[in-house]
Write a protein of this length. Sequence first.
Length: 122
Amino acid sequence: MPTYTLLNTETDEMSETFCSWSELESFLEEHPTFKTIINTAPALVSGIAGRSFKTDDGFKENMARISAAHPNSPLADQFGTNKDIKTSKTNAVLKKHKVKSIGKSHDLNNISKEYKNNELVK
């Protein structure tokens, strides 16, 4: 049961009452000098967040499929791809050194094949 704040219009005194809605309605009908006051916003519950929030596995699979199609995107960094360890380590080094494009290739996998030992492989 909620707590309601009542205002006596004759004396301007405020009081709090703990009762059900039907009890409040009957009290207000019997005592017309009292009115309800809303002095705080109602507490609304909408959704969940924090540690208890879990992403659906189907959504994770779909995001992994999309990130596999776009391996150099931030989505791939977050949801991962099915690359081998060597490729992921090479891409991490290239990203660390901010290598975006070398030679003809714009794909980090092909860049790692063209760029070896601080030299451009032709």
